[in-house]
Design a protein around this ligand. Structure first.
Ligand code: TRP
Length: 455
């Protein structure tokens, strides 16, 4: 990222943003989390509700976040400070910057552990551990890995170091360039997997599982999960997108840009789902509701049966790591930028400090799959608890506050002015949805969904 983005020719600035934002948005949320939560919630109806959440809540809030970032042109905490001062809003709105920061640290703590699983799978693929295996043996391989605490800690550590290295060096731009090459390859691999699933999996059943809307399977809890995931997958609510918005050229269209990012993100999630579920149904012994294990026990079956499985499987997990890496950077960067801007830390110390705290928290997630698996609070392990707290409480809450702030606290002229390049139908439509649809929808789903989760 470059702070002189405003001087770039428009097309270049816009695409720089799209690349950075897509790098942040496309990650484990699409490839790992979306398929498993869709599976746990019975498929079709959940997917439809999820798509509705992206369209009616995710996209409008994303426009609001990018707009705030471009208006403030600082790290998120300072952007919120500058804007609240500019419009004379009450000081506590600044807390939004803080809330985001805290959520980002919590999310990254488990994100890094899961990315570590993908890292651990690269050497497994390379030595051909999955050649010719069936679903039962992939499950055994996966379970053995989860039991091996030290191995999980090792890969969690490697991933945190990779993330911290890029953030300290401030070379997010270099990674952006790498993502430009690697993301299309990931896309091509997903297409190859889709073709494989079509020929060797139960494609029809996978398809109807994901796209036939059986609302009897949907719970209120599931609706909240869909909403929370819409924020998660678009990287909203923590200031990551706000931070990138600060680099958008003044004359680039925020609306079009956001639509592009959201579309790419959704397509990748649906492709991952369509690669995974046909394999689930073609091989007995895998439950669509297998939970966080789903990605790691299904696709290796496909790789194990392919001609060039070692190569394609190895490459696939490398790309999953790259996708997770560019997302993780966007989770760490805003906090580091703030410590460096305001507290006089240099980037290295700031990164070291935050990464260490996040790494320690991540140990809780590691242990919740082995030594602490039996320790539960309200039926949730440590990992479940952090996931629940972030995805189903804090992200929707943060999104709700952003919608209220931009829709009701900021004068309409501010957003109208900032979104000036947009056409005359889009702005009023967006503003109306942000004011009258987002806050009540998020509020109701949050309250009712939480009630349902605990009753
Ligand atoms: N969106 C990323 C994914 O789907 C994860 C992520 C990056 C994220 N930045 C975020 C999630 C900010 C929540 C908030 O994998």
């Amino acid at each position: 990222m470059s702070s002189d983005a405003g001087n770039f020719p428009t097309w270049r600035g816009r695409w720089t943003f799209i690349l950075a934002a897509t790098g942040s948005a496309v990650g484990l949320g699409n490839i790992w989390k979306f398929p498993y939560i869709a599976g746990e919630n019975g498929g079709g109806a959940f997917v439809l509700v999820y798509l509705a959440c992206i369209l009616l809540v995710g996209i409008p809030v994303m426009v609001a976040e990018v707009m705030l970032g471009r208006r403030g042109r600082h790290s998120p905490v300072n952007t919120m400070r500058a804007i609240t001062a500019e419009v004379g809003a009450r000081g506590y709105w600044r807390g939004l910057g803080w809330l985001g920061w805290m959520i980002a640290m919590l999310v990254l703590s488990f994100y890094s552990v899961i990315a570590g699983w993908a890292l651990a799978y690269i050497p497994e693929m390379a030595i051909g551990a999955f050649q010719g295996v069936n679903a039962q043996s992939t499950k055994d391989i996966f379970d053995t890995m989860l039991q091996d605490r030290d191995r999980l800690i090792l890969w969690h550590t490697v991933f945190m170091l990779m993330t911290a290295a890029v953030v300290t060096a401030g070379v997010t731009r270099g990674l952006g360039a790498a993502a430009r090459v690697l993301m299309p390859i990931l896309f091509i691999l997903l297409v190859i997997l889709l073709v494989f699933s079509y020929w060797h999996g139960d494609f029809a059943r996978g398809f109807s599982f994901l796209f036939s809307f059986d609302f009897s399977k949907l719970t209120l809890r599931g609706v909240l999960e869909a909403l929370g995931h819409a924020f998660f997958t678009l990287s909203l609510g923590v200031g990551a997108i706000m931070a990138y918005g600060a680099y958008m050229p003044a004359d680039a269209s925020i609306g079009k840009t956001v639509l592009t990012v959201a579309l790419l993100d959704t397509v990748v999630a649906l492709m991952a789902g369509m690669a995974i579920f046909p394999i689930v149904f073609a091989h007995g012994g895998i439950d669509p509701g297998a939970g966080p294990a789903l990605l790691f026990v299904t696709l290796p079956v496909a790789f194990g049966a392919m001609e060039a499985g070692i190569l394609i499987g190895g490459l696939f997990f490398i790309l999953v790591v790259v996708a997770a890496w560019s997302s993780a950077i966007s989770l760490l960067e805003p906090g580091v930028a703030w410590l460096a801007e305001n507290r006089g830390f240099n980037r290295f110390t700031a990164t070291l400090l935050l990464a260490t705290v996040i790494w320690l928290l991540g140990l809780g997630t590691v242990l919740s799959f082995n030594d602490w698996a039996e320790y539960k609070f309200a039926g949730l392990t440590f990992f479940d608890g952090i996931d629940f707290l972030t995805s189903r409480i804090l992200l929707p809450l943060s999104g709700l506050l952003i919608a209220i702030f931009v829709g009701w606290v900021l004068a309409p002229d501010v957003s109208k002015d900032e979104l000036n390049g947009e056409n005359s139908v889009a702005w009023p439509l967006w503003y109306w949805v942000l004011r009258y649809v987002c806050p009540p929808a998020i509020g109701i789903v949050l309250v009712v969904g939480l009630y349902d989760s605990f009753s």
